[in-house]
Design a protein around this ligand. Sequence first.
Ligand SMILES: Nc1ncnc2c1ncn2[C@@H]1O[C@H](COP(=O)(O)OP(=O)(O)OP(=O)(O)O)[C@@H](O)[C@H]1O
Length: 325
Amino acid sequence: MAAIETHGLTKAYGELTAVDDLDLTVDDGEVFGFLGPNGAGKSTTINMLLDFTRPTAGSATVLGYDAQEEADAISPRVGVLPEGFDIYPRLSGRRHLEFAIETKAATDDPDALLERVGLSAADAARPAGDYSKGMRQRLATGMALVGDPDLLIMDEPSSGLDPHGIREMQDLVHREAKRGTTVFFSSHILEHVEAVCDRIGVLNEGSLVAVDTIEGLRESIGGGATMELTLDATADDLLETARDVVGVTDVVASGHTLECSITDPAAKASLVVALDGAGATIRDVRIDDVSLESLFTTLTNDDSESGGQATTDPGATAVTPEGNR
Ligand SMILES: Nc1ncnc2c1ncn2[C@@H]1O[C@H](COP(=O)(O)OP(=O)(O)OP(=O)(O)O)[C@@H](O)[C@H]1O
């Protein structure tokens, strides 16, 4: 049984189609990344899965139940970490958890939940208003885990976290995945999705433009790598040898350097072996994989280069012109 399945799921707000004919399957037990720029329709999709918003057309099942007709059967089995989760500043972390347990009429042990999300008993006793952003996220995740849900839906869980907080969040997702929980991880930051997800779906202007593993996506746009080899000899003499290697699509020789475009990862080793066999001495090798940033720029037609790209942390790729909010 799929954890989430949608068929033609559509939501229009007047003239605007926020989610357009979405066919999506998230398998049981996988960590699925739902990636797209701000305004792509991620939250609207989640809202339809949770029956907070009714679709204009199409249908969705969550854990085998119809998202609209059987929402009552879904909610006890799903944990949600909403975007922009608010805490009650004066209540302790433990009280937040107790409150969530009471609300869900669950029987969880608050201490076990605290341990599961990495909050100490001392932290739990403090008012949540004193918590760092990372601790708040862990508390919110602990609340989402009440009742041991089969599906955990996380909407922008890394938003606003520092690199340490992001790592903690990623570790937590890995731990939950190991327990067998299906995780639906929505984000506009590529690296955050890539670090935790088995597969990703890329949403752009309401439409699903790709569903695959990162490697699969790279291949699908003809991705590969550029390999730059510095040789002892004049590179021109080895041009043909390099061109004959299967998986090498283009070779440019310049001085002692050969620049080779590779489509098949196995060609990297073959190229080195072929050049060595032709008597070349290789002094240096540099490999540049097709950047994920360019991959997602292609998929989302992101105009962030002209619009200015902001990111949550240094080196992160946000598939959004707005960046972190
Ligand atoms: N209640 C609403 N009424 C009108 N338009 C809406 C409503 N909710 C969302 N939209 C629009 O639908 C589109 C998709 O929004 P949505 O919040 O689902 O995107 P998102 O991918 O979750 O973006 P973000 O990362 O910013 O949360 C946007 O253009 C948004 O303005």
